[in-house]
Design a protein around this ligand. Structure first.
Ligand code: SAM
Length: 251
């Protein structure tokens, strides 16, 4: 789908139920400017949150970074852990190309795989840690994705989710809504001449389930030791959990 086609579907009545193809086209259209836009939109705060996510990963030999995008999380992990390797999965090849380009010096320790986070092409218990940053709200069926993570994670492995969320204190929630619906599309227009993509991203933040609900989904999948940490009045939330040593998936 071309950028122009994405603009049409993002503005249509079916906007709420964007298909995986539409989401993929959205990220393809902003891939080259994605990192710069993030710096603008979060005023650099996302770098601190990303580091918290990286710090939450238990010593891991092999990390799976889902919805890896331009590789910010996986590359940060490889920098901090010189003995480890990482597999980056995303269904948007344009985003993965940026990651490959940025990660040239880690080429021996990283691989990129174009696949859907709801259908992972790996045998069970392949990885000892999984990360998923700013991606779960875009996945069509989050529960299916969480089940897949449970399957490919080794017992005792850690799973860390970082997601943009909404402040629960109402006045802050209104300000946050105003900011996401007005400033994000403006940044999008300024940086990548694509306001509609950022309008979609703003809507996805406002409409996605609250962290508590995500924690319940994780618990239903069999994860344990589920912890949350919220940043900047709840505008981002880190959820960490573990796969039990002896585990039976319950979903
Ligand atoms: C907001 S970006 C996050 C990128 C990166 N994790 C980061 O920290 O900047 C979301 C990414 O999720 C990917 N994505 C969305 N749904 C997906 C799915 N079902 N399977 C694989 N990747 C998906 C998109 O292509 C996009 O690159």
């Amino acid at each position: 789908m071309k950028k122009e086609d994405f603009r049409l579907s993002a503005n249509s009545a079916t906007y709420e139920k964007s298909s995986p193809q539409t989401i993929r086209a959205l990220f393809a259209s902003i891939a080259k400017d994605y990192d710069q836009a993030n710096d603008f939109a979060s005023l650099g705060r996302h770098r601190v949150w990303n580091q918290k996510l990286i710090d939450s990963i238990s010593p891991a030999q092999h990390l799976l970074d889902l919805c890896a995008g331009t590789g910010e999380i996986a590359l940060g992990f490889l920098k901090t852990h010189p003995q480890s390797c990482a597999t980056l999965v995303d269904f948007c090849p344009e985003m993965l190309h940026v990651a490959q380009h940025k990660g040239q010096k880690f080429a021996q320790r990283m691989r990129t795989i174009c696949a859907d986070a709801m259908e992972l092409p790996f045998p069970k218990q392949t990885f000892d840690a999984v990360t998923l940053a700013y991606g779960i709200r875009n996945v069509a069926q989050p529960q299916t994705c969480l089940q897949e993570v449970f399957r490919v994670l080794q017992p005792q492995g850690t799973f860390s989710i970082l997601e943009l969320t909404r402040p629960s204190f109402a006045p802050l929630g209104w300000m946050h809504k105003l900011y996401t619906y007005t400033c994000l599309p403006l940044f999008g227009r300024y940086i990548s001449n694509n306001a509609s993509a950022y309008r979609y991203l703003a809507k996805s933040v406002q409409k996605f389930v609250a962290p508590q609900e995500l924690c319940e989904m994780l618990s239903q999948c069999g994860f344990e030791r589920i912890r949350t940490q919220s940043f900047l009045f709840g505008t981002a939330t880190l959820i960490t959990c573990k796969k039990p040593y002896l585990s039976q998936p319950s979903c």
